[in-house]
Design a protein around this ligand. Structure first.
Ligand SMILES: Cc1ncc(COP(=O)(O)O)c(C=O)c1O
Length: 388
């Protein structure tokens, strides 16, 4: 049973009185715990935190202090890391299809590690960063991920040797292979399958004269949800055992995002309106689909809404966001205690792919962020952790 960061009622009320809703509270201690959990489970694996999942400066700085490396998707993320003083040596530009602006930024900031999955990309990388170190991303079929990235990315394994030669012929350093089983993968089998596929390709590459040195096993490790418990340490141990068997002497990287940042944030929002439509109660919140709840659309998530009301009587309700768009509905038919305007709602496990994709549509400001460790000593000392 993992423990996760979860505010208590008194803390939520005190913080809401100080900061006004909506706001996110991020626990850096939880960031550290999640990083340590991955390090322990995957043992000797270099962690490249996927910045896209939650790029908050304080999360990135906390991980940097722990020795983490970083996976970036764009020029913007490279510039952020440069601003924070993170060495380009610690960065892999792991978007298989890069913009010219991204490559120019890599050149200027000194980033020289890349992933690719097509021939055109090789020419682009070689033009901007001659001699760059490249990992070929392999497509992994039959994953059971909630978000299957293999529908968009990854070279057919049968194309691997040809693409490695193409990279070498353009003067790049084909250093290894990578894959991403897809985000929120709850079973270990796709990782094991991917490791076996890559082991076969490493053999073929050796016979073809390559010296592949790195295997990047990507991201995809799950975070718990409203309805799902996960045992990431157990998954990590099985993955590590497969790596020990198939890649005992290879440098291993991983690019976790969600598992590091998913449980680190709690959202606090407030009921701003209430009505009845088609026989169902509707509650309007001051945060919605265009804000932190953007993960409903982009990340297919289903969030817990804790109301701090312990009334046994529950009613089915629709929760909607504050914008004028009818798409801005968070959940329908959710059994909930009866609420009033101004009641506070807590949304735990709200750190991954939430604020990262929030917008200011309709003129609503992004939810403020409060760092828990900066404010906690001034707050009521209610229970901070709960078992999930
Ligand atoms: C290339 C790459 N690496 C890592 C990640 C992080 O994945 P996750 O948050 O599932 O660990 C992503 C997510 O989209 C990705 O595209």
């Amino acid at each position: 049973m993992a423990e996760i960061f979860r505010l208590g009622r008194e803390q939520v009320e005190a913080l809401a009185a100080t900061y006004g809703t909506p706001f996110l509270v991020i626990s850096l201690e939880q960031v550290k715990e999640n990083y340590a959990m991955m390090k322990n489970a995957l043992r000797d694996v270099n962690i490249y935190y996927a910045v896209k999942s939650n790029p908050h400066d304080r999360i990135v700085q906390t991980l940097a202090q722990l020795g983490s490396c970083f996976d970036v998707a764009s020029d913007g993320e490279m510039l952020q890391l440069a601003r924070l003083g993170i060495s380009p040596e610690k960065i892999v530009y792991a978007n298989p299809v890069k913009t010219r602006n991204g490559l120019l930024t890599a050149q200027k900031t000194g980033v020289s590690k890349f992933t690719f999955d097509s021939e055109k990309e090789i020419e682009k990388i070689a033009e901007y960063v001659p001699g760059g170190k490249v990992l070929l991303r392999i497509r992994i079929d039959a994953t059971n991920a909630l978000i299957d990235l293999n529908k968009k990315f990854g070279a057919d394994p049968q194309e691997a040797i040809r693409l490695l030669f193409a990279a070498k012929n353009k003067g790049l350093d084909p250093a290894g292979l990578c894959f991403h089983v897809g985000s929120q993968t709850t079973e270990v089998a796709p990782f094991i399958e991917a490791i076996k596929v890559c082991a076969g390709l490493f053999d073929q590459a050796r016979q073809a004269g390559f010296n592949l040195r790195i295997l990047d096993i990507g991201g995809g490790y799950p975070a718990p949800t409203r309805t799902l418990e996960v045992d990431v340490p157990a998954m990590g141990r099985e993955i590590r055992a497969a790596l020990d068997e198939y890649f005992p002497r290879t440098e291993i990287w991983a690019e976790p995002g969600r598992v590091i940042c998913g449980t680190v944030a709690n959202l606090v929002t407030r009921v701003i309106g209430e009505t009845e439509r088609d026989g169902q109660r509707w509650y309007f919140l001051d945060e919605g689909l265009y804000g932190t709840f953007s993960g409903l659309i982009f990340d297919h998530q289903d969030y817990e809404l804790e109301t701090f009301k312990f009334d046994a009587r529950k009613v089915p309700a629709t929760f909607a966001g504050p914008s004028c768009d009818s798409l801005d509905v968070i959940v329908k038919d959710r059994e909930t205690p009866v609420l009033e305007v101004d009641d506070l709602v807590l949304v735990p496990i709200c750190g991954a792919y939430t604020s990262a994709s929030a917008t200011t549509f309709n003129g609503f400001a992004l939810a403020k962020t409060v760092i828990w460790e900066d404010v906690k000593d001034a707050l009521p000392s209610a229970k901070q952790k709960e078992h999930v």
